[in-house]
Ligand binder design. Structure first.
Ligand SMILES: Nc1ncnc2c1ncn2[C@@H]1O[C@H](COP(=O)(O)OP(=O)(O)OP(=O)(O)O)[C@@H](O)[C@H]1O
Length: 266
């Protein structure tokens, strides 16, 4: 007997034949965070794909750092779902262990009395616990390689306290990159840097993304963001007011009004 497939069967066959779409590296869906009576984030949704650079921009107090803190499990969500490679993001920071997520901090958070190399070894030693001799050797090699990648290998033995701010920022970036993360969260990476250092930073971010690592960055330096981001998410008063390519976001009158400081045309 001839069998003509029903619409439902056709749809089901088409669905099973369709190539599976990989999960985004990070999916934030309906994220809401409250501090007492203040709603710092209100139903925020966006994604970061694999090897994609996404920038979060917005005025002071818009909620950018709170997004990072929520992803890191440092603040409690009132609502929303967050997934890293399809698995729920942790509710506590310790839940990030083993998740291949690294973050830099606005305040850098370096150990000033320790050398550059010792600082960059910290996450590797934390990962391997006490570690055996062999693993310590591997870690030192890995850390030195990372310092070389960021052009600061010659500073390995220098105490961090003796370094000028731009070099300290490179150390903080090296400490995040040394664990070879799949998702890198950069909190104001260009802040306090001169033009030359910002150009170098942009190159590093592009290289990191080209290697498959996804980058989510919070940044006020608009030229850096426009040059390095594949997509930009604009927050204002805890809500997403625009999302798109740099050109799309630049042309959006809501963004000009809220953030870029240009009066929208009447
Ligand atoms: N731990 C906290 N307790 C109470 N309020 C907080 C806390 N953290 C942030 N906020 C408030 O939440 C809102 C969002 O702050 P957040 O630091 O995320 O903004 P931001 O966009 O990163 O700002 P900036 O660009 O100045 O760093 C602000 O009104 C801030 O005062």
């Amino acid at each position: 007997m001839n069998h003509t497939p029903s619409d439902a069967e056709q749809t089901s066959t088409a669905a099973s034949a369709a190539p599976s779409v990989p999960e985004p590296r990070l999916r934030v869906d309906g994220l809401t965070v409250r501090f007492g009576g203040l709603t710092a984030l209100d139903d925020v949704s966006f994604e970061v794909g694999r090897g994609e650079v996404v920038a979060l921009i917005g005025p002071n107090g818009a909620g950018k750092t709170t997004v990072f803190n929520a992803i890191s499990g440092l603040v409690r969500r009132a609502a929303g779902d967050m997934r890293i490679d399809g698995a729920p993001a942790p509710a506590r920071p310790t839940g990030l262990v083993g998740r291949r997520v690294a973050r830099t901090l606005q305040g850098l958070g370096l150990f000033d009395s320790m050398s550059v190399l010792e600082n960059v070894l910290v996450p590797l030693e934390a990962r391997s616990g006490a570690g055996g001799r062999g693993r310590r050797g591997d870690a030192a090699e890995q850390a030195s390689g990372c310092l070389g990648r960021l052009g600061i290998a010659h500073l390995a033995a220098v105490p961090v306290a003796a370094l000028p701010y731009p070099e300290r920022k490179r150390v903080a970036l090296a400490r995040a990159l040394v664990t070879d993360p799949d998702l890198l969260l950069l909190d104001e990476p260009a802040g306090g840097l001169g033009e030359e250092d910002i150009d170098t930073l942009a190159e590093v971010v592009r290289e990191v993304a080209a290697s498959g690592c996804s980058v989510l960055l919070v940044e006020h330096h608009v030229d850096f963001v426009m040059g390095v981001a594949d997509r930009i998410v604009v927050l204002d008063f805890g809500r997403v007011i625009a999302c798109g390519t740099p050109d799309e976001v630049r042309a959006d009158p809501r963004v000009e009004e809220a953030y870029l400081g240009i009066e929208p045309a009447a």
